[in-house]
Design a binder for this molecule. Structure first.
Ligand code: G1P
Length: 271
C-alpha cells in the first residue's frame, strides 16, 4: 500500500518571475486556492496518509501557511465566521499529515528525493510535482491502481506536441496498450531530434526505494542538476520495471507563467 507522498518544493521558481519574487509558486492562488492545496487534495483522495514537503530556508512561508494557528485562533475568537472555521479545520487536518525536510541548495529533483530517504517506510512511495495540476480525474488514484496490478514503478505520461518535447522528460515505449505501456528508456528534456517519442513525463511518479542508491551514484546532468530522470534510466537499465500511465484527467502546466494564467481560467470553468 502506498501511504506516503513526497512533494519537492525547494525550486527557485524562476520561470514564474516576477510572481515568485516574494511568494513561492506553490502558494500562488489558482481560482482562490493555492496550487499546493490541489496537490494535497489529490493525494488525500488517493489514500495518502503522510506528505513529506521538501522545502528550503527561503521558502519557509510554505510552512507558515500550514502552521499559522495564532492568526486563525485570534480571528475566530473575535468573530465566529463559519468560512474561516472551516478553513482552520482543514489546516488542522493537514498539520497532522505534513512533515518537512530541507533542501537548501536547488540541486535538482533527484537530490530532493534523496533528502527523504530516512523518512520513507514502505517499498514504494508517490512523488507529486506541484507544477503539474491534473484535474477532473484523480491521476494518483489511477497510478496506485496500476501499481497494484503490475507491482512496479509507475510514471504519469501524456502525449505532447512534438515541437515542445524539450520542456519535459521523454519516454521510450514498448507495447502500448490503451492506457499504459512498459517504459524502455527516459531522456531529460531532449531536443526534437533526440526525443525517442512525444510521451512526456508529467509530475506524478510511483518510485521504489531502490531509486535512492541510483541517485547517490549520479553526477549532475542537464543544467548542472541531479535529475530523477537519470536515476530512473539507470534503474531501467538494471531491469527494474517501469510503466507509463496515460492518465485520463486534464493536465494543466502551472510551471510557466503562460500555463499558470491559463490554468486559472480553465479551473474556474470546471463544475
Ligand atoms: C521535471 C522533470 C521532467 C518532467 C517535468 C514534469 O522538470 O525533470 O522530467 O517532465 O518535471 O513537469 P521541471 O519541471 O522541474 O523542469
Amino acid at each position: 500500500m502506498i501511504k506516503q507522498a513526497i512533494i519537492p518544493l525547494a525550486g527557485l521558481g524562476t520561470r514564474m518571475l516576477p510572481l515568485t519574487s516574494v511568494m513561492p509558486k506553490e502558494l500562488l492562488p489558482i481560482n482562490g486556492k493555492p496550487n499546493l492545496e490541489y496537490i494535497l487534495e489529490e493525494g488525500l483522495a488517493a489514500g495518502i496518509k503522510e506528505f513529506i514537503f521538501i522545502i528550503s530556508k527561503n521558502k519557509l512561508s510554505i510552512k507558515n501557511y500550514f502552521f499559522n494557528e495564532k492568526t486563525y485562533r485570534n480571528v475566530i475568537k473575535k468573530k465566529k465566521n463559519s468560512r474561516i472555521i472551516k478553513e482552520f479545520k482543514k489546516i488542522k487536518k493537514y498539520q497532522k499529515m505534513i512533515k518537512f525536510v530541507y533542501q537548501n541548495k536547488p540541486k535538482g529533483t533527484g537530490d530532493a528525493v534523496l533528502k527523504c530517504e530516512k523518512y520513507l517506510k514502505g517499498k514504494y512511495f508517490l512523488m507529486l510535482l506541484p507544477d503539474d495540476l491534473i484535474v477532473k480525474k484523480n491521476c494518483s488514484k489511477e497510478m496506485i491502481k496500476l501499481h497494484k496490478k503490475k507491482n512496479c514503478s509507475i510514471i504519469a505520461t501524456k502525449k505532447v506536441n512534438k515541437k515542445d518535447v524539450s520542456r519535459w522528460g521523454i519516454l521510450s515505449i514498448k507495447n502500448k496498450k490503451k492506457n499504459s505501456f512498459k517504459i524502455t528508456n527516459v531522456v531529460e528534456k531532449p531536443s526534437l531530434k533526440e526525443a525517442p517519442s512525444n510521451y512526456a513525463i508529467i509530475g506524478r511518479y510511483i518510485l521504489s526505494k531502490k531509486i535512492m542508491k541510483e541517485i547517490k551514484k549520479l553526477n549532475p546532468g542537464k543544467g548542472n542538476e541531479i535529475h530523477i530522470t537519470d536515476a530512473i534510466r539507470n534503474l531501467i537499465n538494471k531491469n527494474e520495471v517501469f510503466y507509463g500511465n496515460i492518465f485520463s484527467g486534464k493536465y494543466l502546466d502551472c510551471g510557466t507563467l503562460k500555463g499558470y494564467i491559463n490554468s486559472g481560467k480553465i479551473i474556474s470553468k470546471i463544475k
